[in-house]
Design a binder for this molecule. Sequence first.
Ligand code: G3H
Ligand code: 13P
Ligand code: ZN
Length: 309
Amino acid sequence: MPLVTSTELFKKAYDGKYAIGAFNVNNMEIIQGIVDAAKEEKSPIILQVSAGARKYAKPAYLKKLVEAAIMDTDLPIVLHLDHGEDFEICKQCIDDGFTSVMIDASHHSFEENIELTKKVVDYAHNKGVVVEAELGRLAGIEDDVNVSAKDATFTDPDQAVEFVERTGVDSLAIAIGTSHGAYKFKGDPNLDFQRLEKISMLLDGYPLVLHGASTVLPEYVELCNKYGGNIPGAQGVPEDMLRRAAQFGVCKINIDTDLRLAMTAAIRKSLTEDPGNFDPRKYLGLGRTAIKEMVLHKIANVLGSSNSL
Ligand code: G3H
Ligand code: 13P
Ligand code: ZN
């Protein structure tokens, strides 16, 4: 099976009111853990690569590892660029064989965001590649976001309709209160579901994307901290909120931090409990298993994409 685009996957997910997991990948163990879980759950999967991941692992290695994952599992896999910041990186990934790219021009003005997104869409569609864009900015990215400025960063529903119409983009990442990383909420977790419902109603049938969707499960934070980590106060998006989002057109849910926590907790535990070990296969293997367990849990209990091949 070759790499696929997300078009058909999103149609099925939209109708079935579930979401496809988009997991960030940086090395072999992470890729193997994710696809082993997806294979066991009979679920399609999106493997996404950030600019940082390309720099860390080199583009050719990641591409070959993903090709190996397809050979090994025969799963429908989307290879996606996460947060492409300009036309050039999107073009490079399209030319390298990615089946999906994100152009993230959300920090530009509305008109500039449209212009850049449209440029990427035109190039990508010509090559059979799909495009995700972002409108609104995720809360919490900048330190200076305050309550009065907060609303301005959330996605405006009417603008979302205009944006999709004018760009022809295939999916849209929206800002409703999530943020990247392990520290998402200072008080109680709160997402703007009214806004999501409005966007979903206006863009009927259209796939939405939720970034910053890690749950930051307390047991992994505790495990990290128990073995010498220092990440107090971490807090993510509750799982019931993610399930609810999938009822309102959210077809792609982005998860990176939860994988980082799971892998790091397992490796910290292993190195602490077995200080005499210096075989990387032992602790990296345990890291890979932790990734697999995390993704199994996400697919089966949160995303709802099991048995959807
Ligand atoms: O949204 C960002 C992802 O968590 C990727 O993070 O840029 O450090 O690879 P990264
Ligand atoms: P988390 O930091 O919540 O895992 O979000 C990842 C993400 O949105 C990648 O694009
Ligand atoms: Zn993101």
